[in-house]
Design a protein around this ligand. Structure first.
Ligand SMILES: [Ca+2]
Length: 430
């Protein structure tokens, strides 16, 4: 039984040279063809009869050129299966090999010889096609199509999984970048190797370490070392004991928390309280200047500076003392902005208070109402450990981060840094 229209004998079964010549040319056209459709078009052009088309359709099906059994239209643009392409390729290669072999064997290129050659080639085609059909029985072919469809489904599923995995990889890489960036921030903890102990950041600065970051300190009376952020800007040598930057830390804490210190001692902008004990050890070493840097949500910065800042020991409930004010934010710490408020707004001489240790001058509990530990009086005109609102706020009490002389009681500041440095500090510029 013939398989390829170009190679097939007419219905009568008789092969003529007139039919065989275009068949040979047709084989060469297929060589440049890319799929079954072009193959089919070339073939139908050559056959040109309904009988030929029907036969071609049957043969194409047998070759695996039909993807959907029973639905493939003669002129359908349906994609061609790999098996079909494999079969076509197999036939093409076999046909071309046999063609060149026969021509070489005959060694002639006259028209008559070519007719003879073509007769031989047609017979070879029959043998090749018969072999293919034997290899692919119709039920086997159907099974192959089903297997193809199943495998294509699996391919789509795997492609979907690959896409999901790629998305996951991207997410993990992004997460890793964040971690690396955090790790970069952790470099703000600076280890000097422990060869020397420093009593404050001024000593570290004048020992040649002029990069801001967390350093280990051990004030003279302190039994242990502790980390503190050294601000080496604004002349350098500042030991930071309080920082507010983003509201990430809870400052509504009990006595022991404020005594020991709490917060983030890693990130350069980490919020923390150094601890009343450490603050006492630090400031009892000599004459320290307090500087308070403030920023609001409008991008403006102000500062307040106080001479002779000190914090007494635990036996005095960490009472605060300070001297003259200078700066741009106004004097809220001593109530110096108005003589009539001093009696209740001056924080000098005040003991430290927390919600569980009420040392204020108020009948109630300032720390409890203001949600902070502080040197409350009755209660305050400065409350830098208050709740982190963002700018203007409303509340039952003025419990935001308040510096009255700049923004009043009902505006909570964006950032605060409280830091100390020896009054006689002279930066070593060598
Ligand atoms: Ca009270």
């Amino acid at each position: 039984m013939p398989f390829r229209a170009a190679r097939a004998p007419p219905a009568s079964g008789h092969v003529t040279a007139r039919a065989a010549l275009p068949a040979l040319l047709g084989a060469r056209a297929v060589r440049g063809g890319r799929n079954c459709k072009s193959q089919r078009a070339a073939r139908e052009k050559r056959v040109g009869t309904s009988h030929g088309r029907a036969a071609a359709a049957r043969r194409r099906e047998a070759w695996g050129c039909k993807l959907k059994s029973g639905t493939a239209d003669e002129d359908s643009d349906a994609p061609v299966s790999n098996e079909c392409m494999d079969n076509v390729q197999w036939m093409k290669e076999g046909r071309l090999l046999s063609e060149s072999s026969v021509i070489a064997a005959v060694g002639s290129d006259t028209l008559q010889d070519r007719f003879q050659i073509m007769k031989i080639l047609i017979m070879i085609d029959f043998v090749l096609a018969a072999s293919l059909m034997d290899a692919t029985g119709s039920s086997d072919l159907q099974n192959c199509f089903q297997e193809q469809i199943r495998l294509q489904g699996q391919v789509r599923l795997l492609e979907h999984r690959v896409q999901q995995q790629q998305l996951k990889i991207i997410q993990l890489l992004e997460k890793k970048e964040v971690q690396y960036s955090d790790r970069g921030d952790e470099n703000s903890v600076i280890d000097l190797g422990g060869k020397r102990q420093y009593s404050d950041c001024a000593e570290i600065y004048n020992d040649g370490h002029k990069r801001s970051g967390f350093y280990k300190l051990k004030p003279i009376q302190s039994p242990t070392e502790f980390l503190a952020f050294c601000d080496m800007s604004e002349g350098g040598g500042w030991t930071v004991f309080q920082r507010r930057s983003d509201g990430s830390q809870n400052f509504d804490r009990v006595w022991t928390d404020y005594e020991e210190g709490f917060g983030n001692f890693v990130l350069p902008n980490g919020e923390y309280w150094l601890g009343n004990k450490n603050l006492h050890y630090l400031t009892s070493q000599g004459n320290y200047t307090l500087r308070i840097d403030l920023a609001d949500f409008e991008g403006e910065r102000r500062f307040a500076q106080y001479a002779r800042f000190g914090v007494a020991g635990e036996e005095h409930s960490y009472e605060m003392s300070c001297g003259e004010y200078s700066g741009t934010a106004g004097d809220s710490l001593t109530g110096g902005f108005h003589p009539e408020v001093k009696w209740w707004a001056d924080h000098r001489g005040m003991k430290f208070s927390t919600r569980d240790r009420d040392n204020d001058n108020y009948e109630g509990n300032c720390a409890e109402e203001e949600k902070a530990g502080w040197w409350f009086n009755r209660c305050h005109s400065a409350n830098l450990n208050g709740l982190y609102y963002k700018g203007p706020y409303t509340a039952k009490t003025d419990n935001g981060i308040v510096w009255y002389t700049w923004h009043g009681w009902w505006y909570s500041l964006k950032s605060v840094v409280m830091k100390v440095r020896p009054a006689d500090f002279e930066p070593n510029i060598v």
